[in-house]
Design a protein around this ligand. Sequence first.
Ligand SMILES: Cc1cc2nc3c(=O)[nH]c(=O)nc-3n(C[C@H](O)[C@H](O)[C@H](O)COP(=O)(O)O)c2cc1C
Ligand SMILES: Nc1ncnc2c1ncn2[C@@H]1O[C@H](COP(=O)(O)OP(=O)(O)OP(=O)(O)O)[C@@H](O)[C@H]1O
Length: 318
Amino acid sequence: MEIIHLQHPHHLVREQLPPLSMALGYFDGMHLGHQKVIMTAKRIADELGVKSAVMTFDPHPSVVLGKKAAHVDMITPLEEKARLLKERGIDFLYVVRFDRDFSNLNPEEFVEQYIVNLNVKHVVAGFDFSYGKFGSGTMETMKEHAKDKCEYTVVEKLEDEGEKVSSTLIRKFLQEGRVENIQKLLGRCYTITGRVVHGEKRGREIGFPTANVGEVDGYIIPRTGVYAVELGINGQFYEGVCNIGYKPTFHDKKPEKPTIEVHIFDFKNMIYNEKVVVKWHKLIRKERKFSGIEALVSQINQDKREAAAYFASLKSDA
Ligand SMILES: Cc1cc2nc3c(=O)[nH]c(=O)nc-3n(C[C@H](O)[C@H](O)[C@H](O)COP(=O)(O)O)c2cc1C
Ligand SMILES: Nc1ncnc2c1ncn2[C@@H]1O[C@H](COP(=O)(O)OP(=O)(O)OP(=O)(O)O)[C@@H](O)[C@H]1O
């Protein structure tokens, strides 16, 4: 997959570009609704005998348009989004810099410059996609704006239990720690990529060595608590339990940031500095302050049993 970064105004020339079937959207999460849009674009590309493409934006429009943060954490930061698109056989990923100038394009200009002029023959988006200044272009106006230069397909709403499958819903579940509910919206577990960093080195003393996962910038961290997780190291996944939190048993003053610590069952290798993937399966309980090490250790043993029972149930379901 080729990744093409564009900044407004772009200077690409239509005649020099391959004809495309392109899916449009921000696509944070690459959830099942997004996958429906993207795979529709790919199917149409195959039918037309053209290349498949996805157009996304960076940073998130709310960073530029909103009054809020200068940065928004993601379900799938750009690198992860690109990895998932490559896995699905998409040929081109266009990443358009979302800045003030770009956001001020009116809908007709957006279609002319970023669809027609990029040699898009067929454009695919979801029922609620909007484009152009104030998001005033919709899939209803697309017909008019694309005129006879480009065909388009609108993908119907994908729902789960009567609710639209959306990034917003997944973000809410992450805030609540309900990672188990996310699996059916993403079609996979929520994952975070990071690196094993040095912790406070207390874990080994209490009989539960943990891999502290750092360098997770850009990802939304689920709420604090204890989870059944898998940790991926060099492509191999190991079952374990993870605490996301502030370790109140040992810290009277709340640290600035929570730590992410994974205890892998029956594992003794040194993995400092390794790149790892945390796969979030299920929330087991909230983090608590214990009266001492003994009470904490007894609870962690219980957590391990619960996580192991969960993983065993997955195998018996299969
Ligand atoms: C499964 C699991 C559950 C944990 N639950 C708690 C908890 O509820 N409260 C707490 O203060 N610390 C909890 N911890 C964190 C331990 O205090 C921590 O692993 C220990 O202090 C070692 O930290 P270190 O690796 O930074 O040295 C938990 C750790 C694990 C692995
Ligand atoms: N559940 C869905 N069914 C069909 N199409 C969808 C669905 N969710 C998103 N899309 C489409 O996928 C593209 C990307 O959508 P977008 O990035 O706005 O995601 P979203 O999940 O709807 O996010 P948000 O929760 O922020 O509204 C758009 O074309 C959008 O219309």
